[in-house]
Design a protein around this ligand. Structure first.
Ligand code: SF4
Length: 459
């Protein structure tokens, strides 16, 4: 996609002209300029290992003037898309260069300078690096899985429009993204050449939505839809908003994470005109919650756009309770709700990043009750062949008998719980009960059983 975005790369912009890369930009540390949420985020810097937190700007990009660094188009034009460019920022052995070259023949590379600046170049296992830099395992394990495990192509009712659930549709507007995430579900699109839906295709999608009164929720995704210019995006959003039965519009984007400068005043003012618009983004690791990302989310929230997070469970990146706690608690501090934790889809080229389902359930078990419920995402598997999302959670229901459940809490303590089935019928005589209909369920009879209940104890 980077090859066809129509932008001219000027990599000379990126390279540091000399070793004076340690100069601090004059306004960088003015606390008065920090949006709400910055203070809390910044405090965590103390917990970070030296060199781990957003030092890249100082290390690699000090020579880039602030007006360029703050301009999302500059980052987009200067995405790193070749091995030579990458090697000028991150030390790569000849073997690594050869391996990455091999991988990029099938799965290209694209990293924004901003996201590159978050990588610790000395750590091959750096969780930011692993999301952005190709691994030879993408090829070595590349036959495992499917190209389109969710059957998105088959489920498209018109090109680019997926109608899988009764009341909502997904519009895939483009295959272009500012960064190519190594775990992407739509890796199959990466060699497609970079496309944006034509006006004719968009009209066909809108006509479908207009004809289906049951559609109340339209999700705009990609690729990344915010790749489009704000006026172009507005022309589409305005038409969706004009459809009477569409209640909410959702935008799926990773820009707040990989290029937060995109969330500028122009975009936020436009989104504010067409609400209710919800935005789902994709933080995977707490180190992605930078001051820039926090400010982007804050701008969205102030424009009346609620921000939810959908992260993907990734091996050796965020597959521990500690990593998820830090991520989700950090998100709450910037007022972003942890919404979903996805089991990584069975996509070819991602197997090395996938974990067992048990890992995801154990993580939720390690979070539920141990931190605010708001910080606990829903762990889901998106089923193959278009089966849709299924949520999984630890088994807290140990047994179920007539009128009684045996439950365990987050500490492993056991509690019996009276299950008030058909409570209204328990005070009615059989004749009256029969008038309620469907007495054959047995629920009313069970409700007369003896209830044993253990009083809860607080640990
Ligand atoms: S932003 Fe989303 S669609 Fe784009 S490469 Fe990353 S995971 Fe894939």
């Amino acid at each position: 996609m980077s090859t066809s975005s129509g932008v001219v790369k000027s990599n000379s912009d990126l390279r540091s002209p000399d070793k004076a890369g340690n100069k601090k930009e004059p306004n960088e540390s003015k606390a008065s300029e920090e949006p709400p949420g910055h203070g809390a985020t910044s405090r965590n810097r103390d917990e970070e290992p030296p060199g781990k937190r957003n030092l890249g700007r100082n290390r690699l990009f000090t020579h880039i003037p602030n007006d360029q660094w703050n301009d999302w188009r500059w980052h987009f034009r200067n995405r790193v898309t070749t091995i030579d460019e990458l090697a000028s920022f991150i030390p790569l052995s000849p073997k690594e260069r050869a391996q990455i070259k091999l991988v990029t023949l099938k799965y290209p590379i694209s990293v924004t300078p901003y996201y590159l600046s978050l990588i610790d170049p000395t750590d091959p296992k750096d969780p930011i690096r692993q999301q952005a830099i190709p691994s030879i395992l993408e090829i070595k394990m590349g036959t495992i899985g499917a190209e389109d495990p969710l059957d998105e192509i088959r489920c498209s009712v018109v090109p680019g429009l997926v109608h899988r659930y009764p009341d909502r549709v997904l519009i895939v507007l483009t295959d272009i993204c500012p960064m190519l995430c190594r775990h992407c579900t739509r890796k199959r699109e990466w060699l497609a050449g970079g496309w944006i839906r034509t006006s004719t295709e968009i009209d066909a999608m809108l006509n479908y939505i207009r004809k289906h009164n049951e559609i109340r929720d339209v999700i705009i995704s990609g690729g990344d839809p915010l790749t489009l210019s704000t006026p172009r995006l507005e022309s589409i959003i305005a038409k969706i908003r004009a459809i009477g039965h569409v209640e909410i519009i959702r935008i799926g984007t990773r820009f707040p994470v990989v290029l937060p400068q995109r969330i500028d005043d122009e975009l936020c003012a436009m989104l504010a005109r067409y609400g209710p618009i919800w935005l789902n983004t994709h933080f995977n690791h707490y180190r992605e919650i930078t001051p820039e990302a926090a400010a982007a989310c804050d701008r969205l929230l102030r424009a009346g756009v609620p921000v939810n997070n959908q992260s993907v469970l990734l091996r050796e990146i965020n597959d521990t309770v500690a990593a998820q706690l830090k991520l989700c608690q950090g998100l709450l501090r910037i007022k972003v709700r942890p919404y979903y934790l996805f089991q990584c889809d069975e996509v070819q080229g991602t197997e090395h990043l996938r974990t067992s389902v048990e890992t995801g359930i154990e993580i939720i078990e390690g979070m539920r009750g141990h931190t605010s419920g708001l910080a606990v995402p829903i762990f889901v598997i998106d089923l193959p062949h278009g089966g849709g999302k299924v949520s999984l959670q630890p088994n807290y229901l140990l047994s179920q008998h007539e009128g009684e459940l045996m439950l365990r809490n987050y500490q492993g303590h056991l509690f019996s719980y009276r299950n008030p089935k058909a409570a209204a019928s328990s005070v009615l005589n059989p004749e009256e009960s029969s008038l309620l209909g469907n007495p054959g369920t047995g629920l009313m009879r069970e409700a007369k059983g003896v209830i044993k209940r253990k009083e809860p104890t607080c640990a």
